[in-house]
Design a protein around this ligand. Structure first.
Ligand code: WT7
Length: 637
């Protein structure tokens, strides 16, 4: 596999070229794919509109670069080693040829079920091979996939199905998750009661649950597969046609459907996968992310397949049946490159060294982390106990909106600096701005992270709401893409992400919008309003605390608390459940009605006096009231 960046000199060479001749640079990077027609122009952009168009005039189908082109030389090579939730069930090896055949067969199934080019297909599945097959079959037929994390509630599923205007949903009877079975089909039925446009549900049999089959709407995946063949010529797509929509939480309103298009997403994910993870052709690579998040899209599905690499795909959780599971799998499959999240690392760190020392882990060569800032002790633990001090760690910073990795340490280029995402990848022009929006050009500065030039992975729009795309990412600072993250650049010019600066909270690496959770809490009859903020948590990175105002003083606060948790679980999903709930008399608000979450965060940090500038606070007494409710509270989890 081609790896362009093998030394500091290589990096400097690539980086300079990408900045001084971006079009030439990205044209070169696009050469090795299967094109039906070559593009005429590399880039057209304007951050004001915003418009970002890449490889204009090009025609292709991404699945031909992921699958067809590997068939000649490496059709028997394993694409995925699938490991089931339970160790007593056998793992399955799926070769590139088998995957190709499954994808083509399922593309026919989609066609037979009336899915057409451009239609949105919502996929609500556990981590089973059918999830990958369904995504690629959508791409093959030119339909737009929108994968919805199987941990989301029926309410969250319904919102996304409605927003995407999907007419078809793919799900399974149930999902295994450790000891639990999650009834996905029942949740889907509940969601679809509010989605009358959905005319077809394709159901994978996984857990053998009894499920309701609604005649005329629901069909079984395995029945449909037998009705067709595995021959499906790829639909010829325009470079700028939409490949997928993936929902991400925002600070206000409903989740945003982030839109990525076919050609440049492919080029960017491929380039970053090769140069960040340094896989050789015989390597086994394992990304532990769920495909319901962008990490799974870019670096479990598309990136490794574009490179023709063998990946592990794991259905279960790291602690089932015990804390040895992951390390046993690393040895069993001789994993060389391992990519996970700080939350997972901290969870396993808490469980001690015993589960690790029984395993060799000698196959590991490079480790990765993503999703939130990694604290130094977790980094050191990962480096020492998993990497045995010999594996390089890539702390990759990026977002659903960036499509692929944007900042990362690079093998043979960077020194090991815990907590630093280090360098911009070629093509990335990071800018740190102060509160006034002025660019801080020197080193040793801190501010908000922006990017001033497009890169191929950049989002195209927010599905159905281009104005929101403009407002969220391209309006805070003129001519810049705003990431929503705080960032430092140290004396050596190395980047370190400090965390979100807006009203979204990263819980166990999952982005949660304050508005989503507050809406769920406010849905309770006795609740007037609420405010949620994040606070530091040893394993989750951040946990959620809710300040809740009720119509009358709750008689049984413990019961009310349980009801609120249930409400959040059912409307957003279990990951959004607050860790702490305080019942308070009122919330700190500005004259314009905006909740000053900053004050609530300070209260949680233990601050009792110094709340900074509170001049815009409409009710000066409120802080005292909140402090006294908190000290009375017996309600902390
Ligand atoms: C947000 C994006 C990118 C895949 C998974 C998350 C945070 C991500 C890092 C990192 C510090 C990180 C940022 C970012 N984040 N990676 N290596 N160091 N923070 O995608 O759900 O769109 O979340 O995750 O805050 O803005 P996402």
């Amino acid at each position: 596999m081609k790896i362009e960046i093998n030394s500091l000199k290589d990096y400097q060479h690539e980086y300079e070229k990408s900045i001084f001749s971006p079009e030439e640079f990205w044209e070169e990077k696009a050469n090795d794919f299967v094109w039906k027609k070559k593009f005429e122009k590399v880039l057209e952009w304007n951050f004001d509109v915003p418009v970002n168009r890449w490889y204009i005039g090009g025609k292709l189908n991404i699945t031909e670069s992921c699958l067809d082109r590997h068939l000649e030389k490496s059709s028997d090579k394993i694409a995925f080693i699938w490991e089931p939730n339970s160790p007593s069930e056998k793992s399955i090896h799926i070769s590139y040829r088998e995957l190709f055949s499954k994808v083509c067969r399922f593309a026919n199934v989609l066609k037979n079920n009336n899915v057409k080019r451009g239609d949105r297909v919502c996929i609500y599945l556990p981590m089973i091979p059918e999830l990958v097959v369904a995504m690629l079959a959508c791409a093959r037929i030119g339909a737009i996939h929108s994968v919805i994390y199987a941990g989301f509630s029926s309410g969250s599923l319904a919102n996304r199905v409605l927003d995407a205007k999907a007419k078809i949903v793919i799900t399974s009877d149930g999902a295994y998750r450790g000891e639990k079975i999650i009834p996905l089909k029942a949740i889907t039925d509940e969601a679809l009661a509010n989605c009358p446009e959905v005319a077809r549900v394709i159901v994978v049999k996984r857990t053998g649950e009894d499920v309701a089959i609604i005649s005329g709407r629901d069909v079984w995946w395995h029945d449909e597969e037998t009705k067709t063949t595995d021959n499906f010529p790829a639909e010829v797509m325009d470079a700028e046609d939409v490949l997928f929509i993936l929902y991400t939480s925002g600070s206000t309103g409903k989740p945003k459907g982030i839109v990525h298009s076919c050609a440049s997403y492919m080029v960017y994910v491929d380039y970053t996968f090769r140069n960040v993870f340094h896989c050789e052709q015989n390597y086994v690579y394992w990304c532990t992310a769920d495909i319901g998040w962008v990490t799974g899209h870019s670096y479990l599905v598309y990136g490794p397949l574009l490179s023709g690499i063998t990946s592990v795909m794991f259905e279960g959780i790291p602690t089932y049946p015990n804390a040895e599971r992951w390390w046993g799998l690393v040895d069993k499959h001789k994993v060389n490159v391992f990519y996970t999240s700080p939350t997972a690392i901290r969870t396993l760190e808490m469980l001690g060294l015993d589960p690790i020392t029984k395993h060799d882990l000698g196959s590991l060569k490079l480790l990765g982390t993503v999703g939130e800032p990694i604290n130094e002790s977790a980094w050191q633990w990962y480096h020492k106990n998993i990497g045995k001090r010999k594996c390089f760690i890539v702390d990759t910073w990026w977002q659903t909106e960036t499509g692929g990795i944007v900042l990362s340490p690079l093998l043979n280029v960077s020194e090991a600096k815990p907590g630093f995402a280090m360098h911009p990848l070629p093509g990335i022009q990071p800018v740190i701005v102060n509160e006034k929006g002025e660019e801080l050009k020197e080193n040793d500065v801190e501010g908000n992270l922006c990017i001033k030039f497009p890169w191929p992975g950049i989002l195209r729009t927010v599905y159905g709401d281009h104005e929101r795309c403009k407002k969220t990412y391209f309006s805070d600072y003129p001519d810049l893409y705003f990431t929503g993250d705080g960032c430092k650049r140290d004396n050596d010019g190395h980047y370190r992400i400090t965390g979100r600066v807006d009203d979204v909270i990263k819980v166990s690496g999952h982005l949660m919008g304050t508005a989503e959770i507050e809406n769920a809490i406010n849905g309770h009859l006795i609740v007037v309003e609420s405010a949620v903020v994040g606070f530091p948590h040893a394993i989750k990175g951040n946990a959620i605390c809710a300040f809740v105002v009720t119509y009358e003083h709750p008689e049984h606060p413990e019961n009310l608390k349980k009801e609120i948790l249930e409400q959040v679980k059912n409307t957003v999903g279990p990951i959004a459940k607050p860790e702490k709930i305080y019942f308070v008399k009122g919330l700190p608000k500005t004259r314009s009605g905006k909740i000053m979450r900053r004050i609530l965060r300070k209260i949680l940090e233990g601050e009792r006096q110094n709340f900074g500038d509170t001049s815009t606070l409409i009710d000066q007494e409120i802080i005292g009231d909140i402090l006294s409710s908190i000290s009375d509270a017996t309600l902390v989890n």
